[in-house]
Each structure stands twice: as structure tokens, then as C-alpha cells.
Design a protein around this ligand. Structure first.
Ligand code: NAD
Length: 363
């Protein structure tokens, strides 16, 4: 098989779907790997490293991809680029086909066998391929660093000749993969960290990282380990208790999400108005609208002395390690498709059958 990887074209995207490390593994598995020159520039993987790993370097995105049996990407190519793929080719990446009707149509019209990795069932076996988790880890880490950078204070407690500095109080909203990494990172910087989630089983995870579980008296565990939407009464109770609590918080990192829906609005404008001047909110959920009512995706705004940052694609800001993890996820998934160097679809394997888009009719 031929595997093709073109440069990412989405604005600000620095990550790559194949690193020299995974390129070498694909070559060892019997694949021919074609990489567009400059692919790894943004993530600091030089062309020479790909060449050394056995890749064939080519000049344009079409040269890299047009003849490929399998094309790999981080963000999906646009409809025109999809139309230039080989008919029936496999496309693996964070494809979000439903997010753009033109893209979905292009995938269908060209018979592309699309594997949007965000559709992988979150089973134990799929963990090694789980790009949502690997990228959320980087995002949670970076969100805390942004919070520390924007805050006009130290995170740790200091005892100095100029007196004692009290540690910052950090609240992490949502204890999924990003939230737990945020808890761990803020702890390492010496802050006092609290975190809450609607899934009660997160208490133990938060505590094991040195955080304190903030109990807002609401539990909403849903299917498959994800959260369900809260009822109106549950939301009102969560809001009331939270509003009171936020008056003592210095930095909030928001990570709450419900799959396939806009982010839950958890921090209202009134709550922000009650916060201390100099407080900071970093809203990782900005990508899906934000957990804070005042978040503007992609911007940093000031509301009465409270700084609210809505960074987008934070994983890309840690492109080197984020790519290492993403590319290993992709390699592990592609391994399911390769048997003795040939492309094989084992539709009995639920990881393929549940991930492929559009869904295949049951045979
Ligand atoms: P996510 O990004 O969808 O959501 C982040 C967090 O927000 C979740 O913990 C969710 O419970 C929380 N949340 C939603 N609404 C909320 C609200 N109103 N208030 C407070 N918190 C709210 O989640 P994720 O990080 O992708 O993962 C969620 C769960 O799935 C985690 O338990 C994770 O460990 C689990 N998971 C399992 C596997 C696996 O077994 N293969 C892989 C990845 C994740």
C-alpha cells in the first residue's frame, strides 16, 4: 500500500499525523510512505528525518496524496482536496464529517472510506488510538499555563522576607481527560486546586492528583462514561452553589463538554461580575461555544477586571509532543488495516465497523 500525508492546511494547525518515528514503523510494516516536503516544519520534524525514516519526499499535496491508498491527516482536507484523492481511498484523521456538509458530500461522492478517529468507541482496546484523549491532555496542560501567564499572581505559596504570598486558588470545571491534566498541572505549579464534574466517579480521580472535589450537589452520569445533559432544576442548583464559590477563586480552567452538543454554559455573566478583579478564566470549551457566557472563541477579553481567554486548538501549541501522540494513535489504528503490507478491511472488528463513516449497512 501507499500511504500519503500532505501538509495540514487549516490556519494555525502545526500538528502532523505522521512523525519520523511512525513513518519508520509504517515502512517496516510494508507500506510506501509519501510525505509532502515541509510537512513537519510546524512541529519541528525536519524533512531529513522523514527521509531517513524511509519516506519518499514529494513537492505538492497532490503528489503526496493523489496516488495514496491511505491518506492520513490531523484536520480534514477541504472538499476539493478530497475530490482529488484516489477513488475509494482510505482517509484517517479527525475528520468531523458532520461539521461541514460540503466535506461530507465530497467524502460520499468519491467513495472515500473515511475513519474519523473521534468516532472510535472508547473501549480499552481503542485507548492506544484515542486522539481525543491524547490531544485533550496537551490542551489541559497548556490551558493552565495560559492561566498562570495571564494571572497577576504567583500560583505557589511563598514565604519571603517581603511577607507571605498565599497560593492561588484554581478551579477546574470538568474532570475529563483535559480537566484532570489541568488539575495535575496546576498542582505542580503549587496552586490550591479544586475541580468538579457531574460524574461522581471523578471525585477519586481528582483527589488522586492532589485536587479537592468541589461538591455542587449534582450528579449526571450518562452512557458510555460520558455526561448527560442536566435537567433545569439540577442546573439551577449547580449554578447557585457555584456562583457563591467563584467569589474566592483566582483562576478558572473550563473543560466541560457533552459529546455532539454545544458546551454547557456553566459560568454566567452574573457569576463573572461577582468575581474578584484580577481573576482569570481560561475556557478550553471555547471550541464548542465555551462554558462561560462571556467567552469569545479565539479571543481574550476583559470583563470588569476579569480576564477571559477562549483559546482554540491548544493542542497545536504543543505541536511536537501532541504530534508524537497523535501519530502513534494513527499508526495504531492504521495497523488494523494492514496485513502483510496489504490493505485489508476486517469489518468484524468493531473498531473499524463503528468508526467508519458513513456507517456501513449491516450485512
Ligand atoms: P469530554 O471532553 O466529553 O467532557 C469533559 C468533562 O466535562 C467530562 O468529564 C464531563 O463529565 C464533564 N461535564 C459535562 N457537563 C458538565 C457540567 N454541566 N458540569 C461539570 N462537568 C461537566 O470528556 P472526555 O475527557 O473526552 O472523557 C470523558 C470520560 O470518558 C472520562 O471519564 C474519560 O476517562 C472517559 N474515557 C474513557 C476512555 C476509554 O476507556 N477508552 C477513553 C477516553 C476517555
Amino acid at each position: 500500500v501507499t500511504i500519503g500525508i500532505a501538509r495540514e492546511t487549516a490556519p494555525g494547525e502545526r500538528r502532523v499525523a505522521v512523525t519520523p518515528e511512525t513513518c519508520k514503523k509504517l515502512v517496516t510494516a510494508g507500506a510506501k510512505v509519501r510525505v509532502e516536503r515541509g510537512l513537519g516544519d510546524g512541529a519541528h520534524f525536519p524533512d531529513a528525518a522523514y527521509a531517513e525514516a524511509g519516506a519518499q519526499l514529494v513537492d505538492g499535496s497532490d503528489d503526496a496524496r493523489a496516488e495514496a491508498d491511505i491518506a492520513l491527516c490531523v484536520q480534514p482536507p477541504g472538499p476539493d482536496a478530497i475530490a482529488r484523492l484516489k477513488r475509494g481511498a482510505v482517509l484517517v484523521g479527525s475528520l468531523q464529517p458532520e461539521a461541514d456538509p460540503a466535506r461530507a458530500e465530497a467524502l460520499r461522492a468519491n467513495d472515500i472510506v473515511a475513519f474519523p478517529l473521534e468516532r472510535l468507541p472508547r473501549t480499552t482496546r481503542a485507548q492506544a488510538m484515542d486522539v481525543l484523549s491524547s490531544q485533550a491532555g496537551m490542551a489541559g496542560y497548556k490551558a493552565v499555563l495560559i492561566g498562570a501567564q495571564l494571572a497577576p499572581r504567583f500560583f505557589p505559596m511563598l514565604t519571603t522576607a517581603a511577607g507571605t504570598i498565599r497560593p492561588s486558588k484554581v478551579l477546574v470545571v470538568g474532570a475529563g481527560v483535559a480537566g484532570l491534566q489541568a488539575v495535575a498541572t496546576a498542582r505542580r505549579l503549587g496552586a490550591q486546586v479544586e475541580c468538579f464534574d457531574v460524574r461522581p466517579e471523578t471525585r477519586e480521580q481528582i483527589e488522586s492528583l492532589g485536587g479537592k472535589f468541589l461538591d455542587l450537589g449534582v450528579s449526571a452520569a450518562g452512557e458510555g462514561g460520558y455526561a448527560r445533559q442536566l435537567t433545569d432544576e439540577e442546573r439551577a442548583e449547580q449554578q447557585r452553589r457555584l456562583g457563591e464559590h467563584l467569589k474566592g477563586i483566582d483562576v478558572i480552567v473550563c473543560t466541560a463538554a457533552v459529546p455532539g452538543r454545544p458546551a454547557p454554559k456553566i459560568i454566567s455573566a452574573a457569576m463573572v461580575a461577582g468575581m474578584k478583579p484580577g481573576s482569570v478564566i481560561v475556557d478550553l470549551a471555547a471550541e464548542t461555544g465555551g462554558n462561560c457566557e462571556l467567552t469569545r472563541p479565539g479571543e481574550t477579553v476583559d470583563s470588569n477586571g476579569v480576564t477571559i481567554a477562549g483559546p482554540l486548538n491548544l493542542a497545536s501549541s504543543g505541536a511536537l509532543h501532541a504530534s508524537e501522540m497523535y501519530a502513534r494513535n494513527v499508526f495504531n489504528f492504521v495497523s488494523l488495516l494492514l496485513k502483510d503490507g496489504a490493505l485489508v478491511f476486517d469489518w468484524e472488528d468493531e473498531l473499524l465497523a463503528k468508526t467508519v463513516w458513513p456507517e456501513r449497512p449491516a450485512s
